[in-house]
Design a protein around this ligand. Structure first.
Ligand code: SAM
Ligand code: DTB
Ligand code: SF4
Length: 325
């Protein structure tokens, strides 16, 4: 099977609507062809600048305009970040992702400090990722030069549903940043959230956008909405595990080489729920007691799950090692 960037909506709809067990089997088969089975990438998040964000993303606890329990915190110091990265690395994590509640990156002293953090974490031998909002081409180049491996920037939902979820920026703004990241030679990490009130067509359209980008993202996080008190989406229904499985399996079939990440929502999932996601082609998780601001399974819990399911953590920079060796 070839890697394709020309998927049509109709083709994706057919895959998405395949009877579920058949879909899991197909995705599992592709997973075996393109990925090392039994291997899961372990990533850890740290919120380096928390809350007070000017955007209105209706799912987000960090938007200043909603009254959530998130405590606002200015940009951390480099040594605090290094301590967290070292702790994550000791626990077996190979990718460290720093999140900032910014609309966009600005060329100021905070950005200079982030560049130093990127350099420091890269020197530990971890894959460094950032998620900080919109980026220009020259900012992306500076991050790359500092050692940034990946940049996370989710498209979140379909283009059509986007304005129902966020009004302070557009879907095109998102694509533009992804383009800047790609042009700088940084690995693109982009996915979305389910449970935002979207239809199945919206989910299919979101996967269409991701799988028809000039290059498939290196990683595709699939998040289940974490319902946060005080946000407009606080009373949305809990995401059904079968919907997560369907999204993961479809993403795996469309983008065979991507790391498909079972992202937010794991603390509300059983081990068997998560096992289904791994069978459907997920091969990456966030581990550590916190995502950005909400609880997540800690390293020990995940180690126990890995032992039970016979999974092992993926080593860092594996793609590069394959290319060289
Ligand atoms: N401010 C930057 C941005 O929006 O790109 C970076 C941080 S933002 C918190 C990163 C991503 O986290 C969002 O794009 C969204 O996909 C995800 N996210 C935020 N709140 C969430 C929630 N309550 N449930 C699931 N995912 C969430
Ligand atoms: C992604 O796709 N999900 C992560 C990470 N990339 C930045 C964030 C999830 C946030 C969940 C809510 C919170 O903890 O604040
Ligand atoms: Fe701000 Fe990002 Fe949260 Fe949107 S998702 S409110 S941009 S921190």
């Amino acid at each position: 099977m070839q890697i394709r960037n020309d998927w049509t909506i109709e083709e994706i709809k057919d895959i998405y609507n395949t009877p579920l067990l058949e879909l899991i089997y197909k995705a599992g088969t592709i997973h075996r062809q393109f990925q090392q089975t039994g291997e899961v990438q372990v990533c850890t998040l740290l919120s380096i600048k928390t809350g007070g964000c000017p955007e209105d993303c209706s799912y987000c606890p960090q938007a200043a305009r909603y009254h959530t329990n998130v405590e606002v915190h200015a940009l951390l110091q480099k040594d605090e970040v290094m301590e967290a990265a070292q702790k994550a690395q000791k626990a077996g994590s190979t990718r460290f992702c720093m999140g900032a509640a910014w609309r966009e990156v600005r060329d100021n002293r905070d950005f200079d400090r982030v560049l130093e953090m990127v350099q420091g974490v890269n020197e530990l031998g971890m894959e460094v990722c950032c998620t900080m909002g919109m980026l220009t081409e020259s900012q992306a180049a500076k991050l790359r030069d500092a050692g940034l491996y990946a940049y996370n920037h989710n498209i979140d939902t379909s283009e059509e549903h986007y304005a129902d979820v966020i009004t302070t920026r557009t879907f095109d703004d998102r694509l533009n940043t992804l383009n800047n990241v790609r042009k700088a030679g940084i690995s693109v990490c982009s996915g979305g959230i389910i449970g935002l009130g979207e239809t199945h067509e919206d989910r299919i359209a979101m996967l269409h956008t991701l799988s028809t980008l000039p290059d498939h993202p290196g990683s595709v996080p699939i998040n289940a909405l974490v319902r946060i008190k005080g946000t407009p989406l606080q009373d949305n229904p809990k995401v059904d595990i079968w919907d997560m499985v369907k999204m993961i399996a479809t993403a795996r079939i469309l983008m065979p080489r991507a790391m498909v990440r079972l992202s937010a929502g794991r603390s509300e999932m059983s081990i068997s729920d998560q096992a289904l996601c791994f069978m459907a082609g997920a091969n990456s998780i966030f581990s550590g007691e916190k995502l950005l601001t909400t609880p997540n399974p800690d390293f020990n819990e995940d180690q126990a799950m890995f032992d039970l399911l016979g999974l092992k953590p993926r080593e860092s920079f594996k793609d590069e090692k394959i290319m060289v060796g």
